[in-house]
Design a protein around this ligand. Structure first.
Ligand code: SF4
Length: 171
């Protein structure tokens, strides 16, 4: 009997594909919102933009359950160790979005107190430009993270970024 004669429809796949499908559609974000960009992140989660449509609405501030770090807002040098510790507490595999000009490059705050891009300390998978970025930009970034999950890519295991020598301490 050929396969075409079987009346019961069935689907074949691999366990890996099922895991990736589940992972990308049930992201647990860890929001690190410290400034105005965080307001845009909040609206992304609220009813108008509704990030829940992408399966990424479970915000629990619990790094041990989270797999997506969203850094939104400017990060000063005194805050960076807190962000770094939370990132280290998140289990693998994990991903990171740097939301807005300040998180990605220090933005207009080119001062000695401000981290000039969080990727100097933690690996970033997707950057969102803008000041502030629109909620649609965050949704687009989440979709890009989902594509990375589909491809099995994550920068979290990459070599730790070199710390800029202008900072006087190491985390
Ligand atoms: S990028 Fe703009 S909106 Fe975002 S934290 Fe910096 S100043 Fe605020």
């Amino acid at each position: 009997m050929g396969l075409e004669e079987i009346q019961v429809p069935f689907v074949t796949t691999t366990l890996n594909a099922v895991i990736k499908w589940g992972r990308k559609n049930s992201l647990f974000p860890m929001p690190f919102g410290v400034a105005c960009c965080a307001i845009e992140m909040m609206s992304t989660l609220a009813s108008r933009f509704d990030l829940a449509r992408f399966g990424a609405e479970v915000i629990r501030f619990s790094p041990r359950q989270a797999d997506l770090m969203i850094v939104s807002g400017r990060i000063c040098i005194k805050t960076m160790p807190v962000l770094y510790n939370i990132w280290e507490q998140m289990p693998e595999p994990k991903w990171c979005i740097s939301m807005g000009a300040c998180a990605s490059s220090g933005g207009l705050f080119d001062t000695y107190t401000m981290v000039q891009g969080v990727d100097r300390f933690i690996p970033v998978d997707v950057y969102i430009p803008g000041c502030p970025p629109r909620p649609e930009s965050l949704i687009d970034a989440v979709m890009k993270i989902q594509e990375l999950i589909d491809k099995g890519q994550s920068k979290s295991k990459s070599v730790r970024p070199k710390i800029d020598s202008k900072y006087e301490y190491e985390i």
